[in-house]
Design a protein around this ligand. Structure first.
Ligand code: CO
Length: 265
């Protein structure tokens, strides 16, 4: 399937989906407490999603059993919620959530600290988020996709981190995963030229140590090979003629500051 340009109507639906998803992330992030099980997190998240009349995109997607991917510490993405896994003070917890509103998907991820976390963990979360915004400088019509990829990867590597290469972002719309693939690292090709109306899920997955990852025996959970921490930050964005519209973010988060100053590393 080729890369699609969304119509005005489709964009309106994706805006609505993104707004709901942003709110779910904000509320679920605030609900995280030491001692909760990752299954409780999933159940609260699913209830929130359904309360807005949305369907969780991930539930039963290629057999994935939950609505919220909950990945703790060395887990990179796709952690499966479990009643046996409790989050504790000092953990970092990545929540990846997708919602479907009137047939249109929005996909976003945030990494949260539970209670007080180490300085290293806090820095990893902050730099991962910043790498997304470093990439967004190139998320404008006329730019080539892999300019954004390179900017994300260079930012994270300059910060001293490993950039996951085995998983990438993606186009999004009436399907969770559409073309193109959106890598978070430099490529030898320049990729497609971005055009207004393209919608992308941009999702850097950044490791404290090695960029290498492994799959656990559940065939879902991706973990760092060296057991060090990993963080994830993702939004669904709309390409325009100027700055991209970030569809899955709250006004509060934007007001808190998003653009990373050039040369800030
Ligand atoms: Co995604």
């Amino acid at each position: 399937m080729p890369v699609t340009i969304k119509s005005a109507r489709e964009i309106e639906l994706m805006r609505a989906a993104g707004k709901i998803l942003a709110k779910v992330h904000q509320d679920l992030g605030k609900a995280l407490k030491p001692g909760m099980t990752t299954l409780e997190i999933d159940q609260i998240g699913e209830e929130m999603i359904r309360s807005y009349g949305c369907i969780p995109s991930f539930k039963n997607y290629q057999g994935y059993p939950a609505s919220v991917c909950v990945s703790v510490n060395n887990e990179v993405v796709h952690g499966i919620p479990s009643e046996r896994r409790r989050i504790q003070e000092g953990d970092i917890v990545s929540l990846d959530i997708g919602v479907i509103y009137k047939g249109y998907h929005s996909d976003a991820a945030r990494t949260h600290g539970v209670g007080e976390i180490s300085e290293n963990a806090a820095r990893l979360i902050k730099r991962t988020r910043e790498s997304f915004f470093a990439g967004l400088r190139f998320a404008t019509a006329g730019c080539y996709l892999h300019q954004m990829s390179k900017a994300i990867g260079d930012y994270a590597e300059k910060a001293g981190y490993g950039v996951v290469r085995d998983l990438v972002g993606h186009g999004i719309g009436s399907h969770l995963h559409e073309e193109p693939e959106v890598p978070n690292f430099r490529k030898l090709t320049r990729g497609i030229r971005l055009r207004p109306g393209m919608t992308l899920a941009v999702e850097p997955m950044i490791n404290e140590g090695t960029s290498n990852v492994e799959w656990m025996d559940d065939n879902w959970t991706v973990v760092t090979q060296d057991g060090k921490l990993s963080a994830h930050y993702e939004n669904t964005i709309l390409i325009t003629k100027s700055r991209p519209e970030i569809l899955s973010i709250t006004e509060d988060e934007i007001a808190g500051g998003i653009w990373v100053p050039e040369g800030s590393l």
